[in-house]
Design a protein around this ligand. Structure first.
Ligand SMILES: C=C(O[C@@H]1C=C(C(=O)O)C=C[C@H]1O)C(=O)O
Length: 256
């Protein structure tokens, strides 16, 4: 039988979800990449299961199913998903979107439309380009590179987790483990849940191990993993997902 191919996000936020994954799934090949690339690889059949942006699940809901209750979510500020605006937010006309993102790329459009009636012209922010090299009014940044103090001059900085949760009074789910419908994922679901549970029990160790390489203090890294991020898809997270889906659908952002 071919090796099971699993795709996981390469950011710090995923460390607790993949704790001990290779030992728990010795027969699987685990690859790490940007969320947007994982979504494309899963869609192209190059991966069997992947941690992909939640909006991509909605875009292919007929083919996909949620494999595990392990996810990347927040219940308030998330820290690593930010809108940096060089002009007052109501004046944003051009917006660059982080190439790694799909969910937050849609979320920022939902929030700008909802709160200020804005439909900015969109530009890509390539993964290796610094926001300082672009002249758009605003930039959406996600993942590790969104966590650091900014170098440019900004009028406003939004934490998208905070904005969503304050408005909706519901959590926000950025990414989920997704596989193809009709495949028996029970064993894998069990393994992914165990990895998450083990990761949650070792957050202090993970913070100590990864703070330095991410330019964070151990206590900030621990706060990010333990207070900002949430890793379980519960009822409220599902309600948040449904609301996001309907808001994104209204703007035509779900059709793939
Ligand atoms: C909280 C985050 O969630 C991420 C955001 C994603 C998106 O916007 O598509 C996808 C996967 C998650 O890793 C983050 O990366 O900072």
């Amino acid at each position: 039988m071919d090796k099971l191919r699993i795709g996981a996000v390469s950011y710090l936020n995923t460390k607790p979800l993949v704790y001990g994954i290779q030992q728990r799934l010795p027969g699987a090949e685990v690859v790490f990449d940007l969320p947007s690339r994982l979504a494309d690889q899963l869609h192209a059949g190059q991966l069997d299961v992947a941690l992909i942006p939640s909006v991509e699940y909605f875009r292919h809901a007929d083919d996909y199913e949620i494999v595990s209750d392990a996810c990347i979510a927040c219940r308030g500020p998330v820290w690593s998903v930010r809108l940096l605006s060089r002009v007052p937010v109501p004046e944003i006309k051009t917006l660059a979107l982080d190439e790694g993102s799909r969910t937050s790329a849609a979320l920022v459009q939902v929030l700008l439309k909802q709160q200020y009636g804005l439909t900015p012209e969109l530009h890509p922010l390539p993964i290796d380009a610094s926001p300082d090299t672009l002249s758009t009014d605003a930039v959406l940044l996600i993942g590790d590179r969104a966590m650091h103090p900014t170098t440019g001059l900004y009028q406003e900085i939004w934490d998208l987790g905070d904005r969503w949760c304050s408005w909706s009074k519901l959590p926000f789910v950025f990414a989920m483990w997704i596989g193809r419908r009709g495949v028996d994922h029970r064993e894998l679901a069990d393994a992914l849940q165990h990895c998450r549970d083990a990761g949650m029990e070792h957050l202090q160790q993970l913070a100590t191990e990864h703070a330095g390489t991410h330019g964070l203090t151990v206590s900030d890294c621990f706060a990010y993993l333990s207070r900002y991020l949430h890793f379980t898809l519960g009822d409220e997270e599902r309600q948040g997902l449904e609301l996001y889906r309907s808001e994104a659908t209204k703007l035509g952002l779900i059709a793939s």
